[in-house]
Ligand binder design. Structure first.
Ligand code: NAP
Ligand code: GDD
Length: 404
């Protein structure tokens, strides 16, 4: 009897243990499948109704939605800051890159901005399917096409790629607007350039003959005419901002102004290397990027679309830029020699600080760009606020601050 009781209690013990484990497992399965179901429904709901955007938009009461290509670049980053202050919702197209390319817009990757006011999308101007999808999904009121292979010298090395991005990229966006039947809904800004003038009469305005002198300029001219054509053919509100060189602390390091201000800051901090430049006598009409950004927005707020030249009206040589930059750290540059043998010398120590390197020459050079921006000043009520001297000094100052 005792033996039977022992067997039964043992059986009961194991049965209860098994039952406990069984029910715990069942519970886990039930709870986890219930929560995964809830998650799935929630995700579907968000996807179906684009809920995140709706909630954000509802709370934020945005004035408008702007799509910016090239948001990681100098101008794109400033434009995003400018439009955020105007209470725009920003859609930014950025390229996939193996290293970080968001340095200029890191401040947008913050809790109350990212996916609240600023919505990044991976994309590329060479991929029309992706451009169509982004426009369809985000429904912008304004598109600012600032994305480009923007380096003139590099365009001689990569002409086909430059044309694909800078010429066809603009065309792809214009076609996307047409394909989605948004001709009357979306306003389009094209980042055109003074480079389309090439070597022609000086100063250059909206009526000046074009004479592009690089694959970059030729591509940008294609984009320019595409904008004019789509405006005339399909009544799209599309404009060309023919902007002359504009610079600032966010300027890419391989453009001559930033190359100089970085070298000056380096020199000041003790890294006393020679600065190698190309054509010292080229003249450019240098303005401030922050100043010029406003005109992009102003152009899209007009009643009728038309193209504008944006410039300071003053041109300086590369030499003058370098002189002004070294002056900020107390060095007076004097020039000696000619052509490739010309050098910039510290007037006090007689040390050579600047030399010419032919590698920086372009197969065809634009000698002087100087803009006549009377139309923009009159119709957009705009004028440049930053002088050449202040621009150079501000850039050197920032580059020095970065080193300390
Ligand atoms: P930038 O600093 O060189 O910026 C160019 C931007 O375009 C970057 O965000 C770059 O992305 C992006 N980009 C390059 N290739 C692309 C592609 N295939 N698909 C999508 N995006 C691409 O130029 P910026 O000085 O800001 O100039 C803005 C625009 O104005 C450009 O179109 C330029 O040609 C034009 N523009 C400039 C000036 C000037 O003086 N700054 C004057 C007249 C016209 P990553 O960051 O990944 O490289
Ligand atoms: N980059 C560079 N590097 N340019 C040099 C150098 C050098 O070492 N030395 C002399 N230069 C001369 C160039 O030959 C050119 O005449 C002038 O300096 C300016 O060159 P960049 O700063 O490279 O600018 P850019 O004028 O060719 O093109 C910029 O402005 C255009 C608007 O006119 C870019 O931002 C373009 O995207 C823009 O369209």
């Amino acid at each position: 009897m005792k033996f039977i009781l022992q067997i039964m209690s043992g059986f009961l013990y194991h049965f209860l243990q098994f039952a406990c484990i069984f029910f715990v497992h069942i519970n886990i399965i039930l709870v986890s499948s219930a929560s995964s179901l809830v998650c799935r429904i929630y995700r579907l709901f968000i996807q179906q109704f684009n809920l995140k955007t709706l909630i954000d938009s509802k709370h934020m009461k945005f004035k408008k939605t702007a799509l910016i290509t090239g948001i990681t670049g100098q101008d794109g980053s400033h434009l995003a800051d400018f439009l955020l202050k105007k209470n725009y919702k920003i859609i930014g197209i950025k390229r996939r890159s193996s290293s970080f390319n968001t340095e200029r817009i890191n401040h947008l990757y913050k809790k109350d901005i990212l996916n609240v006011k600023y919505f990044p999308y991976y994309g590329d101007l060479t991929d029309s399917t992706n451009l169509v999808r982004i426009i369809q999904e985000t429904k912008p009121d304004e598109i600012y096409n600032l994305g480009a292979q923007s380096h003139v010298k590099t365009s001689f090395e990569t002409p086909e790629y430059t044309a694909n991005v800078d010429a066809l990229g603009a065309l792809r966006l214009l076609e996307a607007i047409r394909l989605l039947k948004k001709e009357n809904k979306i306003k389009f800004y094209q980042a055109s350039t003074s480079e389309i003038f090439g070597n022609t009469e000086i100063p250059q305005n909206e009526k000046t003959k074009f004479n592009p002198a690089s694959p970059y300029a030729v591509s940008k001219l294609f984009a320019y005419w595409s904008v004019v054509n789509y405006r005339n053919a399909y009544n799209i509100f599309a404009v060309n901002g023919i902007l002359f060189n504009h610079e600032g602390e966010r300027r890419g390091a391989t453009f001559v102004t930033r190359k100089i201000t970085r070298a000056v800051a380096d020199y000041y901090s003790g890294n006393k290397k020679i600065l190698y430049l190309g054509n010292l006598n080229a003249k450019r009409d240098w303005g401030s990027a922050k100043d010029y950004i406003k005109t992009m927005w102003l152009m899209l707020q007009k009643k009728t679309p038309t193209d504008y030249v944006v410039a300071t009206g003053v041109s300086k040589t590369v030499k003058e830029f370098a002189q002004e930059a070294y002056k900020y750290i107390g060095i007076k540059i004097i020039w000696s020699g000619k052509g490739v043998n010309e050098v910039g010398i510290d007037s006090k120590t007689k040390k050579i600080l600047i030399k010419v390197d032919q590698d920086y020459f372009r197969p065809t050079e634009v000698n002087e760009l100087r803009g006549d921006s009377r139309k923009a000043r009159r119709e957009l009520k705009w004028k440049p606020e930053v002088s050449f001297k202040d621009l150079v000094q501000e850039m050197v100052k920032k580059d020095i601050e970065r080193l300390y």
